[in-house]
Design a protein around this ligand. Structure first.
Ligand SMILES: [Zn+2]
Length: 250
């Protein structure tokens, strides 16, 4: 579950299908140049985002999730029928944090069509009902074991206040308060993190957090939180609570 403070206006109008087909309003030359540069940057970034669809090597072999030695698959936004983002804002990588969420709603999905529907439902909720730019998360993990590109790497998310411009937000679709997500999902999440590190999107010394560590929420659910607290790079954040030494008290 996420957050997005500012609601932006109309976006750049780019999506995976129209990478080269974006037209610009008529502006004066200087503005046009600036916009062209911005536009080129957007195109570059979007081509990265849209180019994610691929099989990944089983990088998380040591990650403890076990299971068959099968690579996880990363699906693009187009694969699940995402709408265009209203606006895309980037931050410089690599991201120093990875933050794990559960969706709570929608519930766990087991087939790819259902998981794709869940992604669209989350996008609807965030983009339409809440008025955010896009689905809040960077990536979704389905019960089918597939990884779904949300906002993608190095795109400012809307999933954890103060961390949105420095983290990868991964939602494991389902309610994981008492149940542990299936191994195939845990493995996919670990593969995604390893992929992000290998590709330079995630800092090799990243800190892994559960959403509840940065906001008052039960997300990512008690059972899932317990699980990720055993994963490499899990970091206990020390709350900076000032405790007066006993000796100073009368
Ligand atoms: Zn959350």
């Amino acid at each position: 579950m996420g957050d997005e403070r500012s609601v932006s206006g109309s976006g750049s109008g780019s999506n995976c299908e129209t990478l080269d087909a974006v037209t610009r309003q008529e502006e004066d030359e200087e503005q046009q140049q600036q916009q062209q540069q911005q536009h080129q940057k957007e195109q570059q970034q979007l081509s990265i985002i849209c180019g994610y669809s691929q099989h990944m090597q089983p990088l998380a072999a040591d990650g403890g999730a076990g299971g068959a030695a099968k690579s996880s698959q990363l699906l693009s936004r187009a694969d699940w029928g995402a709408r265009m983002p209203k606006e895309v804002n980037y931050f410089d990588g690599p991201a120093p944090y990875v933050i794990i969420h559960h969706s709570y709603i929608p519930a766990a999905c087991s087939t790819t069509p259902d998981c794709m529907l869940s992604m669209r439902q989350m996008q609807d909720f965030h983009q339409v009902d809440r008025g955010w730019n896009d689905i809040g998360y960077s990536f979704g993990i389905g019960g089918d074991g597939l990884i779904y590109t949300g906002r993608g790497f190095n795109v400012v998310g809307a999933h954890a206040p103060k961390y949105n411009d420095k983290s990868v937000g991964i939602v494991l679709i389902g309610d994981w308060r008492t149940e542990l997500p299936p191994t195939i999902m845990l493995r996919a999440a670990q593969d995604l993190i390893a992929f992000g590190v290998a590709q330079g999107y995630i800092d090799p010394s990243y800190k892994l957090l559960g959403h509840r560590q940065v906001r008052d929420t039960e997300c990512p659910g008690g059972r899932l939180y317990q699980e990720i607290s055993t994963w490499p790079h899990f970091t206990q954040l020390n709350k900076t609570v000032e405790v007066q030494p006993v000796a100073n008290k009368v």
